[in-house]
Ligand binder design. Structure first.
Ligand SMILES: [Zn+2]
Length: 255
């Protein structure tokens, strides 16, 4: 039974992630024949969002190419994709580094999230189907179970997936794509050392309140819950610390 639940949670998580990556893919090759570029992109994406690579850390092409066993050109393409998501800064003549939003930029990311997510949630509360509400509840349950069983990594991804799903269901592709970018930038703002991690700030109770308001078809209430939730997440953000230095391949989980 527990294995079944783990399996369901894993499927939900992988589904949400592969949908996200296919929307931001370079060439769109199927997952079964992942290209070198896709692999570099995906490993760096995970390593940045899970804070194994700290904000501001330099990403040099040669050591990365060696660690992945690919050419510098492949690394460059993957870095360009991450730069389009604002997870990596590419600076002329200075190379690439993990994005490192300033306090002011962090505030702007949250301000933008409030504007976009409140607009999307008001829309969704008027049009959500019973099936969509059910799917959102499955997300929150999986998120809660992940934290409960100590699987913080899945919890974080499911928390982000919940917000991305809300955007997707609200049926405005332009706004939801903008939201996706803001959601994946959010972990860059939080503390690195495991306490006060972004996922934990997204409480399952607050997510459930948002879903209840959507299910009741109450746009005003849904917007109020989302506003309160995002302000809560923002206020739980704390200054980051830099983690211990390790070998690149170890940081990327390639060892
Ligand atoms: Zn949340």
């Amino acid at each position: 039974m527990k294995q079944d639940l783990d399996h369901q949670r894993h499927a939900l998580l992988e589904g949400a992630l592969s949908e996200f990556h296919s929307r931001h893919s370079g060439g769109g090759s199927p997952a079964s024949e992942e290209s070198g570029e896709d692999r570099v992109y995906r490993v760096l994406f995970d390593s940045i969002l899970e804070h194994r690579l700290a904000p501001g850390m330099k990403l040099k092409e040669v050591p990365l190419a060696e660690a992945f066993g690919v050419t510098r050109g492949v690394v460059r393409k993957a870095l360009a994709r991450l730069s389009a998501l604002k997870l990596v800064n590419l600076r002329a003549n200075r190379g690439a580094a993990v994005a490192n939003p300033s306090g002011k930029e962090a505030q702007q990311i949250f301000e933008a999230r409030r504007l976009v997510e409140i607009a999307l949630i008001e829309r969704l509360a008027g049009i959500a189907t019973a099936r969509q509400v059910e799917e959102l509840r499955r997300f929150v349950k999986a998120e809660h179970d992940s934290y409960d069983s100590g699987d913080t990594r899945s919890g974080i991804w499911l928390s982000m997936g919940f917000h991305i799903k809300l955007g997707e269901y609200a049926d405005n592709a332009v706004l939801s794509e903008f939201l996706e970018r803001l959601v994946v930038q959010t972990p860059l703002i939080f503390l690195v050392d495991g306490h006060g991690h972004p996922g934990k700030s997204c409480s399952a109770r607050e997510h459930t309140e948002i879903i209840d308001a959507i299910a009741a078809g109450d746009p005003k209430q849904a917007a109020a819950c989302m506003d309160a939730h995002l302000r809560h997440v923002e206020h739980s953000a704390q200054p980051r610390r830099t983690g211990p230095k390790s070998e690149l391949s170890q940081l990327l989980g390639l060892d």
